[in-house]
Design a protein. Structure first.
Ligand SMILES: [Zn+2]
Length: 86
């Protein structure tokens, strides 16, 4: 009895997940910058930000919150005026 057992070796395409982003966006002007090629960066609230120029970095440091607006800043709340009562 010759049982030919073929081990099904699936080609695992394990891609090396890079932790360092290939590119970053300057939060001040919106430019795409290469983190590996700039020394203009700062860490704000545990996150690292990169900048295209020193002026952008300075502006960000002076007021980080101004450039980090939440996506839903204008949160509209459907507050229906339920006029109950008499
Ligand atoms: Zn910039």
């Amino acid at each position: 009895m010759n049982a030919m057992h073929v081990s099904d070796t699936a080609p695992t395409g394990a891609k090396p997940g890079g932790t360092t982003p290939a590119s970053a966006v300057d939060p001040v002007c919106g430019m795409t910058v290469d983190p590996a090629r700039t020394h203009l960066h700062t860490v704000h609230e545990g996150k690292e930000y990169f900048f295209c120029s020193e002026s952008c970095l300075r502006r960000f440091r002076s007021d980080p919150a101004a450039f980090l607006k939440p996506p839903d800043s204008a949160a509209e709340r459907p507050n229906r005026s339920t006029a109950s009562g008499r």
